[in-house]
Design a protein around this ligand. Structure first.
Ligand SMILES: Cc1cc2nc3c(=O)[nH]c(=O)nc-3n(C[C@H](O)[C@H](O)[C@H](O)COP(=O)(O)OP(=O)(O)OC[C@H]3O[C@@H](n4cnc5c(N)ncnc54)[C@H](O)[C@@H]3O)c2cc1C
Length: 369
């Protein structure tokens, strides 16, 4: 199937931030099959690989130039679909996966709290055993897809132990509030909000994976999120460079074209190098995933390099376009790229992970990743 087939033809760019448009755009992607790529057949996916996923997500990024949509799709895929396919039992998979794959249900994952961002171990949301189930209390913040989510994988500290556990939470559960704030600058077309758990009783069927495995589940989901979110961003960067080159060729300065000024050409050469390097790193992650290998190091390297590259290229694009860069949607990509240095673990945390893999810079604290 050609990769363009996964991108709904009517989707196009969006600046809308209503929850209805966000839900609608995700559903359109689902209807084109985008959410079934690299999902095994037993779970209802196509049973194809990550190279196909990268191609399709890059095509989506090129066509929509919408990092918010890319973020929303990846929160859905790695936050909810992946843990259910990987850690869910048969009953859980049958209950939640069909809707998540056909887009009638939207998902995400809730890790961050007002007092616990990079430092996952500072998490204070609790899950205490209560009869045959669990009682959850806590507050999650900056959670992508919250206002439109039907399923949220929520992580909590289990029975006051150091161990974490993941739970499937629905907005209709008694004591649960999926609040529509706050929305940050950057990736505004993705919806965001707080998940508040006030004495929420969940029966045992909502525990995902084994009790205490939550930390591993978070790491495993984030490894994939931080690699493949940049497949979509790669497409946005491809559009960005093509747009800027076309602009610079058309724009006259003095007796020539903007594109012929060496200072401008050098900026575009740097953008091209960054773009091609991001493509190589994302492809490396796909090759590792397709070979069934761990992504810990490669996804941290990819996220660090790609998020910084996207920010620098977005700044360059605005500068090359002059005031038109601020007038057009190009400058909103700068904010999107700033968000990209924070979500799924900040640039500093990626450096900590890379250092830890090398056995250096080891901190006594456990951070996101
Ligand atoms: C657009 C967007 C979408 C998001 N979606 C989700 C979501 O769906 N689910 C979810 O759970 N969370 C989500 N988040 C939250 C995101 O994961 C956190 O913002 C991120 O982990 C950083 O946490 P923090 O913002 O609390 O910053 P802090 O952890 O307070 O860090 C502040 C600064 O200190 C630096 N820092 C912190 N610790 C260290 C350290 N040990 N070494 C070096 N530097 C350090 C950080 O890099 C950062 O620059 C989202 C965030 C954004 C911006």
């Amino acid at each position: 199937m050609p990769v363009e087939a996964y991108v709904p033809p009517s989707l196009g760019p969006s600046t809308l931030t209503t929850t209805e448009s966000a839900r609608q755009r995700l559903r359109q992607c689902a209807q084109s099959g985008l959410l079934r790529i690299a999902v095994d057949k037993r779970s209802g996916g196509f049973g194809d690989g990550f190279a196909a996923l990268v191609d399709a997500h890059a095509a989506l990024g090129r066509d929509t130039r919408d990092p918010g949509l890319v973020l929303a799709i990846n929160a859905h895929l790695w936050g909810a679909v992946y843990p259910l396919t990987t850690f869910g039992n048969d009953e859980q998979r049958a209950r939640w996966l069909p809707g998540l794959l056909d887009g009638t249900r939207i998902g995400g994952h809730a890790i961050t709290e007002p007092g616990a961002g990079s430092d996952v171990q500072a998490m204070t949301t609790t899950a205490n055993r209560d009869g045959d189930g669990f009682r959850l209390n806590g507050h999650k913040r900056y959670i992508t897809n919250t206002p439109i989510a039907d399923v949220m994988i929520v992580y909590a500290r289990l029975d006051a132990s150091p161990g974490l556990a993941g739970f499937v939470v629905e907005p209709g559960d008694a004591g649960v509030t999926f609040a529509a704030e706050p929305v940050v600058a950057g990736c505004r077309t993705a919806t965001m909000g707080d998940v508040i758990l006030d004495d929420v009783h969940l029966d045992a069927s909502r525990l995902l994976g084994s009790a205490g495995a939550g930390g591993t589940m978070i790491q495993s989901a984030l490894e994939r999120e931080r690699a493949y979110i940049f497949a979509g961003i790669l497409g946005v960067m491809q559009w960005q460079l093509a747009h800027v080159v076309a602009f610079a060729r058309e724009r006259s300065v003095g007796k020539g074209r903007l594109a012929d000024l060496q200072a401008i050409a050098h900026r575009m050469a740097d953008m091209k190098l960054r773009l091609d390097t991001v493509e190589l790193w994302v492809a490396r992650c796909a090759a590792l995933s397709d070979a069934g290998q761990r992504l810990t190091l490669a996804s941290a390297q990819t996220k660090l390099l790609a998020s910084e590259a996207f920010l620098q290229s977005s700044l360059d694009a605005v500068q090359i376009m002059g005031a038109r860069g601020l007038e057009s949607g190009m400058s909103t990509l700068v904010e999107d790229a700033m968000a990209g240095r924070l979500f799924s673990g900040s640039s500093e945390i990626q450096k900590n992970i890379i250092g830890a893999v090398m056995g250096i810079g080891l901190d006594t604290r456990k951070e996101r990743g």
